[in-house]
Design a protein. Structure first.
Length: 360
């Protein structure tokens, strides 16, 4: 049975082959007689699943040995607090780059803990580009610089990695992690909720340079201390076992596909195809400056918003699901994460052309 293409921003679609494998292993994982969801996280079967997932993630991103990889709960939103709680140093502040809705939320949370120097990357309702390196306010006194490489809602992606010198760079990569190769050594800390590009909701990945952890601010809850999780290999308490396992299957799928180099080539092609169709038409529009357009989350509007409901209904009929834009920006949004095949983007582009012929 051919499944429809799901353009949901998150939780998002997963590769068919991963779901089929999970189905095949559902009742009896490798002769254990157990579903992975039924296993003790401290049993040898589950420990092997967890270790393999970490090893595959380390291989995919070429994560250096002096970085810890943590498999946590709480979503990226908990990281908005965990980052300042663990990375702020006495008497210091933090610098944030504001490029859209998610960085705005991260800033609001950080302000509970420190003074925040903000580089404004746009104004409310008009986040359509990112600031240039020369315009970044890094301060002399920042414990870290935080940014959001891909703003999921506005579809704005940094075309460069900010240079912050000796100040640790922190990135919320929830909607872009694993979409292309990155140089992890440029970052002090990377975090990502899994439900966009990694696996099911409930898992949050943190990649952190070892020397940055172990100095949480006074009063930090045990569960919010990175060092506790690092020292216990993410098993201080019960981790999100099934989500971790499914993420591991996604990592294997990526490695079999040729790794992030190959994934990046495919993602760039997908993005070019969709933006090309939008730009070639007077009927569809995307407001983002071309060099800052996201490869993963593509918002677009119709010339006549009164057609939005018909567009969504007919798209659904054509097997193209969840294209409604975020409530804050309206219009449409096509999330074309790793698991979205090129054929899915082609089907969307074909549908858009047909819809324009009918109503344009
Ligand atoms: C989805 C998203 C979040 C929020 O993630 P949760 O896991 O729901 O807390 C934060 N930042 C970015 C960039 C996102 O895309």
């Amino acid at each position: 049975m051919a499944r429809p293409y799901n353009f949901s921003a998150g939780p998002a679609m997963l590769p068919d082959s991963v779901l089929i494998r999970a189905r095949d292993e559902m009742l009896d994982w490798h002769g254990s007689g157990m579903c992975v969801a039924e296993m003790s996280h401290r049993g040898k079967e589950y420990m092997s699943i967890a270790a393999a997932a970490e090893a595959d993630l380390r291989a995919l991103l070429a994560i250096p040995d002096n970085y810890k990889v943590l498999f946590l709960q709480g979503g990226a939103s908990s990281q908005f607090a965990m980052v300042p709680m663990n990375l702020l140093r006495d008497g210091q502040d933090a610098a944030y780059i504001k490029t859209g809705s998610w960085s705005k939320k991260a800033i609001q949370e950080a302000k509970r803990y420190c003074t925040v120097a903000v580089t404004e990357g746009g104004i409310e309702g008009r986040f359509t580009s990112v600031p240039a390196q020369v315009d970044l306010l890094l301060g002399d006194d920042a414990s870290y610089v935080h940014y959001t490489p891909n703003e999921t809602i506005e579809g704005v992606e940094f075309p460069y990695v900010p240079d912050t010198g000796d100040i640790p760079l922190v990135a919320d990569m929830s909607s872009t992690i694993l979409s292309r190769p990155i140089d992890v050594s440029r970052f002090g800390l990377i975090y990502a909720g899994a439900q966009k590009n990694v696996g099911p909701a409930g898992l949050t990945i943190v990649i952190v340079r070892e020397d940055l952890i172990g100095q949480p601010m006074e009063g930090t809850p045990t569960m919010f201390d990175y060092k506790i999780h690092a020292d216990n290999e993410s098993m201080y308490n019960t981790p999100p076992t099934y989500a971790w396992y499914l993420a591991g299957l996604v990592f294997q799928w990526l490695r079999e596909l040729g790794g992030l180099e190959q994934m990046g080539v495919i993602n760039e092609r997908k993005a070019k195809l969709l933006y090309g169709a939008i730009d070639a038409s007077g009927f569809y529009a995307n407001p983002v400056r071309p060099d800052c357009r996201s490869w993963m989350t593509v918002p677009f509007t119709l010339a006549n918003p009164e057609l939005d409901a018909s567009f969504l209904a007919e798209a659904k009929g054509a097997g193209l699901l969840t294209l409604k834009g975020h409530r804050s920006v309206g219009g449409m949004r096509a999330s074309i994460y790793n698991a979205m095949p090129e054929a899915g983007v082609q089907a969307l582009v074909d549908f858009m052309a047909e819809f324009e012929r009918k109503y344009g």
